[in-house]
Design a protein around this ligand. Structure first.
Ligand SMILES: Cc1cc2nc3c(=O)[nH]c(=O)nc-3n(C[C@H](O)[C@H](O)[C@H](O)COP(=O)(O)OP(=O)(O)OC[C@H]3O[C@@H](n4cnc5c(N)ncnc54)[C@H](O)[C@@H]3O)c2cc1C
Length: 275
């Protein structure tokens, strides 16, 4: 698009001797080219099912129409046109929960940020019935596990668990063995989303919740109600310095926890702006 606009804008082409093309028309032509590409790559999601995965978080299961390409850990932008959108508009980013191996099934999960004053977007999304179709404007993000078999530490802050479910499912679906530790922070045990799915991946998991979760799987431990900070994290993950750390979730929680991760080999963050 840049080349098309650059060439046309810089070159005073006479059109049928009537007028020269000029910059505005060059921009217009450039956008038409981009639109054609967007049309060719457009993806639509058909809502199949909605389910509460915790008292405050819902999972939406879609069937993808069109060619979706994403890597585990990436997010999509979901367009939900609705009447009288508020200042935040009609589009939001959501990390994809399902794995590429699950396509054409695609899942996202979102938290009702505020029961009393939800955005117009969340109200519209909550009202969507099975069969509703939404446009995805694209998939993006660099919250991708490093190649090779370096040990990894995943720190999920609340709804920030979503990209990790995708990554762990993809490892499982492709039979890849990887040294991963998952640290999962949630306000309380009922807010631990995707427990069974995460447990099925066999990853060592440490959960930090106020109250003790019932029936923890064998390879899961509870942080005794402690608040997660640098000290408790180092106690829970003694070899943190050898691990690539990934942290995902609401910005405030990431800000709280990031200092605890300074000792990790590398640190990659995925802040869910908007909460
Ligand atoms: C890379 C990335 C990945 C993400 N992945 C996920 C994900 O997997 N799951 C997920 O739930 N979110 C995810 N998010 C966040 C998501 O995109 C939204 O920002 C978030 O869900 C908040 O939605 P909302 O703006 O509709 O507000 P709500 O959820 O309705 O409310 C959130 C807060 O914003 C306030 N608020 C709402 N509307 C307004 C307004 N118009 N003006 C001012 N304040 C307002 C509310 O009072 C509340 O305090 C991700 C964000 C990024 C950047």
């Amino acid at each position: 698009m840049a080349v098309v606009v650059g060439v046309l804008a810089g070159w005073p082409i006479a059109v049928a001797g009537l007028f020269t093309l000029g910059q505005e028309r060059a921009l217009l032509i450039g956008n038409l080219v981009a639109f054609a590409f967007a049309l060719r790559g457009s993806v639509r999601l058909v809502l199949e099912r909605r389910e509460f995965v915790t008292p405050t978080a819902q999972e939406l299961t879609f069937r993808a129409k069109g060619h979706v390409r994403f890597l585990p850990g990436q997010y999509l932008e979901l367009d939900v046109p609705h009447h009288r959108p508020d200042a935040r508009g009609t589009r939001r980013e959501f990390s994809i929960v399902s794995a590429p191996a699950d396509l054409p099934t695609l899942r996202i999960a979102y938290k009702n940020g505020d029961q009393k004053h939800p955005s117009s977007y969340k109200r519209a999304l909550a009202a969507a019935e099975p069969g509703a179709t939404f446009a995805v404007t694209g998939t993006w993000g660099d919250f991708i596990l490093p190649r090779g078999d370096h040990p990894v530490l995943m720190v999920a802050a609340g709804i920030g668990v979503t990209p990790f479910v995708s990554q762990l499912r993809q490892l499982q679906a492709t039979g890849q063995q990887r040294d991963v530790v998952l640290v999962y922070v949630a306000s309380d045990a009922s807010e631990l989303a995707f427990r069974d799915e995460l447990a099925a991946t066999g990853v060592r998991t440490v959960v930090f919740t106020r109250d003790e979760p019932a029936d923890l799987p064998a390879h899961w431990t509870w942080g005794q109600g402690a608040r997660l900070d640098a000290e408790t994290l180092e106690r829970a993950v003694a070899d943190i310095t050898t691990r690539h750390a990934f942290i995902s979730g609401p910005p405030r929680l990431i800000a709280d926890l990031a200092p605890a991760l300074q000792k990790a080999r590398t640190l990659t963050t995925d802040a869910f702006a908007g909460y």
